[in-house]
Design a binder for this molecule. Structure first.
Ligand code: NAP
Ligand code: SF4
Length: 685
């Protein structure tokens, strides 16, 4: 182990958790990976977790595993109910235990969040986010469920886990018993709070009896439900104390049900936006507490831990993004961390589409076994032209593999479209990816040539073995009467980069990701909702005094008056923003609704003139009185250089020419595909 880096003194300090001591205060939190159900998933998971253990994390919590068949999230989802299932987990625990790292299995019963018709819950009340109403459990069904939890704990212990995390938050089964919203029972598991919390205590009691004292029980307790008819903070503390008595070693502080309409982990949530809740809970509870939600740097971890706001920090996505998070902190290389930007695009969005999770900034995550990280014994000379994320990822991966790389960029900065994305309010984290590439490209000695646009002859004369064209995209022009040389008509890069001053009344043409981004930029240019915790809490109506039930009841949201009148349009029929991220699209739609953005579909753009923009909307001509029209109509590839090279090199077999990212295909390109594209090409050299 390296000498402790004093900068992160608390983060890197061990902690006695009762059942055992962890080497540091960082827990990799539970996250479903989709590998749990994949055919070779257990082997891949073992490799995935082993890498994180090697990378220094103190303790890992697996994705949720159901204690019985009715509790599974989807048909055939992972459960821990038999010896056969238990044996499959041994490779995971053995892999992790090769390092000084502990691993817990999370036990998660989905209750009414099950995507199958056999779900079981306290009462037969369908959730707003799943298609089936659950079955209400009989008393013997409750007893059986408690026994199932205990037996899963025992199997987890036999599989070599160091403990379990019992999922009691985020609106799952146990949380459904605790909250009046979902528990309408009249027996001893319903009615008063003491009755509603009974199942949680019974489960911990039963678990402790079968596993003994050396096995860690962590309970994920919902601190703020963020839905109507949830628990009050006093009630949560009452349950926390009862759980302590029943034998939990650690309490993890969960925030928000899945059905809550408040973002809690998206990139537009400020960092550590909920650590104040853990801090408040510390006054009432005595076991170590874990804080979580939008914590993604060692600096923030250290700040929270050193201030005593929590005893441990849990993060899941940042360890998808970088398996060596703690190692880099230990070695004072934090600036080399590939920071999770909270986009959800390749992790949660994949899971909700039943795909295997990965990471936008680290496409190797969960696919580790498919990549070869060995250094080549045949180093080649590679030129990458264009330093957007596709070009940078290709250049970096090539250099890491031992090739000699030159990266050419026409502008005076690295980043391409990502530079624009980072300027959008709520996407501030995107800057971290730019910092990561800058630091890593320099560390791996990529020869960066900014403000350089090499021509065909120059490139072919420089004896490169591979020429990689990553010249990206340019905005698609649209064509209607009065467009040309019209000062009212603006391009989205000019707007986002602040090159132009935009008036108070704006029409936005195109309602893809960029149309939404531009609208948010124009609305919230000067707001701090995504960077200042108090502003965020006010905007979403969360009570910091913890007096409101669920953290939200009777709290008015403070939504600023819109700074502009915005009309966002598309030509196709249907709801705007359909193609936005599965887990984040609703946030963008809500924020534009809050900003009173008018959304029009089935629009034909007719003419721009002195008076504004003339459109045909659903068969009627309408004149929009606007100061500016911003074109966000998608992009087209910049691929001229590639065509010229192919033409010139058609008989030359010594130089291989490749095209990646937006330059290859602009349609539906996003950063996730671009980064993956770059890495995959580099792996083939
Ligand atoms: P996009 O998603 O393809 O959207 C282009 C928009 O322009 C559509 O609304 C389209 O709708 C309209 N359009 C296309 N051709 C047009 C034409 N000739 N005249 C007028 N309107 C036209 O492209 P984007 O918004 O530039 O985004 C690019 C990529 O970045 C996408 O893959 C996107 O997913 C990604 N991105 C995602 C996010 C996010 O999820 N938050 C944010 C930014 C970017 P109609 O054809 O119906 O008019
Ligand atoms: Fe983080 Fe986005 Fe990667 Fe998910 S996909 S781990 S949110 S950077």
């Amino acid at each position: 182990m390296n000498k402790k880096n004093e900068k992160y003194n608390t983060l890197l300090s061990p902690l006695n958790l009762g059942a055992f001591t962890v080497r540091n205060r960082l827990i990799m939190g539970s996250m479903h990976l989709g590998l749990e159900e994949a055919s070779d998933g257990m082997t891949r998971m073992a490799d995935f977790y082993k890498r994180r253990a090697k990378g220094g994390v103190g303790m890992i919590v697996t994705g949720g595993i159901s204690p019985n068949i009715r509790g599974t999230a989807v048909p055939f989802a992972a459960k821990m109910t038999t010896t056969k299932e238990m044996l499959q987990h041994q490779q995971i625990t053995e892999a992790v235990h090769q390092y000084d790292c502990k691993i817990l299995m999370q036990i998660l019963h989905s209750g009414r969040y099950s995507y199958h018709p056999f779900g079981a819950a306290p009462s037969r009340i369908k959730s707003p986010i799943t298609p089936f109403a659950p079955w209400s459990l009989s008393k013997s069904g409750i007893q059986k469920s408690i026994n199932d939890y205990a037996s899963s704990c025992l199997l987890a212990k036999q599989a070599g886990y160091d403990g379990v995390e019992i999922m009691g938050s985020e609106g799952y089964f146990i949380n459904q018993f605790i909250a009046q919203r979902t528990n309408k029972r009249s027996d001893e598991y319903g009615g008063s709070y003491e009755n509603r919390m009974r199942i949680a205590v019974d489960i911990v009691d039963a678990a402790r009896q079968v596993v003994g004292d050396e096995f860690l029980l962590m309970f994920r307790l919902s601190m703020l439900d963020l839905v109507e008819q949830g628990s009050s903070f006093e009630e949560v503390m009452m349950l926390g104390q009862a759980l302590e008595k029943a034998g939990v070693n650690v309490i993890n502080t969960g925030i928000g049900w899945h059905e809550a309409r408040i973002p809690t982990i998206a990139t537009s949530v400020p960092r550590a936006a909920f650590s104040w809740v853990t801090k408040a809970a510390k006054e009432h509870l005595s076991v170590p507490l874990v804080t979580t939600n939008r914590i993604n740097t060692p600096e923030v971890c250290e700040q929270l831990l050193a201030a005593g706001d929590a005893d441990l920090v849990s993060m899941a996505r940042p360890l998808l993004a970088d398996e060596d998070f703690i190692l880099k902190a230990e070695q004072d290389r934090a600036e080399e961390i590939n920071t999770c930007i909270g986009c959800n695009q390749a992790c949660l969005d994949h899971i909700f589409k039943r795909q295997i999770a990965s990471c936008l900034v680290n496409p190797k995550a969960c696919f580790e076994t498919e990549f070869n990280d060995d250094v080549t014994n045949n180093p080649r000379k590679i030129a990458v032209i264009g330093a957007g994320v596709a070009g940078m990822s290709c250049a970096l991966e090539s250099a890491k593999k031992g090739h000699k790389v030159t990266l050419f960029e026409k502008s005076d900065q690295l980043g391409g479209q990502f530079l624009l994305a980072a300027k959008i309010p709520g996407k501030e984290e995107f800057k971290e990816t730019l910092r990561y590439f800058q630091v890593q490209l320099s560390k791996h000695k990529v020869d960066i040539k900014l403000s350089t646009e090499p021509g065909v002859d120059e490139l072919t004369d420089l004896n490169f073995d591979h020429l990689v064209i990553a010249t990206g995209v340019k905005p698609r022009q649209v064509n209607f009467k009065g467009m040309e040389n019209n000062p009212k008509v603006l391009s989205y890069p000019d707007v986002i980069s602040g090159k132009v001053t935009v008036g108070k009344k704006v029409a936005v043409i195109g309602a893809g990701g960029i149309g939404f981004d531009v609208s948010e930029y124009l609305l919230h240019e000067k707001s701090a909702i995504s960077t200042d915790v108090d502003e965020y809490l006010k905007y979403w109506g969360i009570d910091k005094s913890l007096r409101s039930r669920s953290g939200i009841e009777s709290v008015e949201r403070v939504i600023p008056e819109p700074s502009r009148e915005i009309i966002l349009m598309q030509r196709k029929p249907g709801r705007l923003g359909k193609g936005l991220g599965k887990t984040t699209g609703w946030i963008h739609r809500q924020m534009l609704k809050d900003g009173q953005v008018k959304m029009l579909s089935e629009v034909e753009y007719l003419e721009s003139n002195e008076a504004g923009l003339l459109i045909n909307h659903k068969g009627k001509e309408v004149l929009l009185d606007v100061d500016h029209i911003v074109i966000c109509a998608g992009q087209i590839s910049r691929n001229k250089l590639f065509d010229k090279l192919i033409n010139k090199l058609k008989d030359n077999t010594n130089i291989n020419t490749h095209i990646i990212g937006g330059a290859a295909l602009a349609a539906e390109l996003d950063a996730k595909k671009a980064i993956k594209n770059g890495i995959e090409l580099a792996q083939s050299f």
